[in-house]
Design a protein around this ligand. Structure first.
Ligand code: BG6
Length: 476
């Protein structure tokens, strides 16, 4: 595996600790090597890369200096590569493959040669995707046994996404391309499919006849200080909505696929995107937290949104008339990741004449919290114990640890890297789906409403509440 961006933030926080965890869990191939890569100016020696990886695994993973660490570290090396000078990386890959060939007894083919799979992970700024892929082609590093993992955001609009696809397809066949969206690797996002399609209880009510609205809400308390350059060029819509939130929406809204294999699953997701209406900018709120423009690296007149709320509509049989409210942003009141489905109220209010402690008009909600470890809660009206018919809110909650004794849980990135190694594309995004999301986003990209200021630690500007009226955000 070649890890481009090996000295970057993502490698440090997620990828190196994730690879180590997969190794300890016994999920990596018997013989593997991980080669860190970066442009020449950030090049490291093998020893320095190992030290960095160890620090990353200690800080962000569960690594202790022991035998398993030493064994993992012995498989790490570094090879710098710039678009015009891939030589050090080519050498590092050749050496790693020689080592694998020497060590492996079961990778031998009949004719005596070895087919070593090469997995390239592009954890680099989006502007560098194209040049790295082209370099992989021209240097001969990419071959028929290669796969490439590409980070988000995939393009910045429809045109750039198509162009990037052309560049990628000049080197890799689509079957070798793994566009990663780590939300799809989250246990409780995947569990949406199980919840819907493995239970006779829920799927029959998962439609416009029963559901009034859907919310996909991912507020974060985090500010953008460490990544001002990337963030100011990207903004909340491209960073979170185009990628993660629309992927989650795909799982919530899709028709039952004929199987969970990559093609039928991704076909059904694409049909949802085909049915999305172009974003109506009258139903968009863009916010910017107070103080954002004083951050180093952010222009004083920046118009980048640090928070966004959007009303999306899916014009198909199942979802006609059901608004999907998507919200995400930085420096908000809480860090949560929540899907909320609000249900219609019963047609007759027979409880009106009774003393009521909770409003009987309250909408039943299914609340899927998909921040690890995740939970599902269903709130419903219940008779409170006592002589009178007084209603209160009851709550049923599913928590993984209550139902499943041992946890084999992998973090989102770990799960997805493993699937890419296995060649399973089912939880990776497909070009047509991404293109369509960019297409429906065009009205917003062309004429974004002005950003409205909001206080750090709030839920965003007041218009966020107006956007969802007459409903209410579950998180508030
Ligand atoms: C990343 C975004 O893709 O997802 C970040 O670039 C965001 O801005 C992050 O904070 C949230 O994901 P998680 O799973 O780490 O909460």
């Amino acid at each position: 595996m070649v890890l481009f961006g090996a000295t970057g933030d993502l490698a440090k926080r997620k990828l190196l600790p994730g690879l180590y965890h997969l190794f300890v869990a016994g999920l990596l191939p018997e013989e593997f090597r991980v080669i860190g890569s970066s442009p020449q100016e950030f090049a490291l020696s093998d020893a320095d890369f190992r030290t960095r990886a160890e620090q990353a695994c200690q800080e962000f993973g569960n690594c202790k200096p022991d035998e398993s660490w030493d064994s993992f570290a012995s498989r790490l090396s570094f090879g710098a590569a710039s678009p015009d000078d891939p030589a050090p990386l080519v050498t590092a890959v050749t050496e790693a493959e020689k080592a694998i060939a020497g060590a492996s007894s079961n990778g031998r083919r009949r004719n005596g040669s070895h087919a070593v799979g090469r997995l390239f992970h592009l954890a680099v700024p989006p502007a560098a995707f194209g040049s790295v892929v082209t370099m992989l082609g021209s240097s001969g590093l990419a071959n028929e046994h290669s796969r490439v993992i590409i980070e988000k955001p995939f393009g910045t609009d429809l045109e750039s996404s198509r162009k990037l696809n052309d560049t990628v397809h000049a080197v890799f066949d689509e079957s070798q391309v793994f566009r990663i969206d780590h939300f799809l690797g989250k246990e409780s996002v995947d569990n949406v499919l199980a919840f819907r399609f493995a239970n006779g209880l829920f799927e029959p009510i998962w439609n416009r006849q029963h559901i009034r609205y859907v919310q996909i809400d991912v507020p974060e308390t985090l500010t953008v200080e460490q990544r001002a350059g990337f963030y100011n060029a990207t903004g909340a819509y491209r960073d979170m909505v185009v990628t993660h939130l629309f992927q989650v929406l795909g799982f919530v809204a899709m028709e039952p696929p004929t199987s969970l294999a990559a093609k039928p699953l991704r076909d059904e997701k694409s049909k949802v995107y085909d049915a999305l209406r172009p974003i109506d900018v009258r139903h968009v709120v863009r916010g910017q937290y107070e103080g954002y423009r004083s951050i180093d690296g952010v222009p004083k007149d920046s118009d980048t949104e640090t928070m966004i709320a959007v009303r999306a509509e899916i014009e198909n049989w199942r979802w006609h008339g059901v608004p999907f409210f998507l919200r995400s942003g930085k420096a908000l009141a809480s860090s949560r990741q929540v899907i909320t489905l609000g249900f219609h109220t019963p047609p007759v209010r027979m409880f009106r004449t009774h003393r009521v402690d909770a409003p009987t008009g309250k909408v039943n909600e299914i609340v899927i919290d998909f921040a690890d470890p995740g939970s599902i809660a269903i709130e419903f009206m219940a008779k409170m114990p006592g002589p009178e018919m007084t209603l209160g809110t009851g709550k049923m909650t599913f928590r993984y640890e209550d139902s499943f004794a041992a946890s084999n849980a992998l973090e989102g990135y770990e799960r997805l890297i493993l699937l890419a190694m296995l060649g399973d594309q089912s939880l990776f995004t497909r070009a047509d789906g991404i293109d369509r999301v960019w297409e429906i986003s065009q009205p917003l990209l062309d004429s974004p409403p002005p950003v409205e200021p909001y206080a750090v630690g709030s839920w965003g500007p007041a218009s966020v509440e107006r956007l969802i009226a007459p409903y209410k955000w579950y998180l508030r």
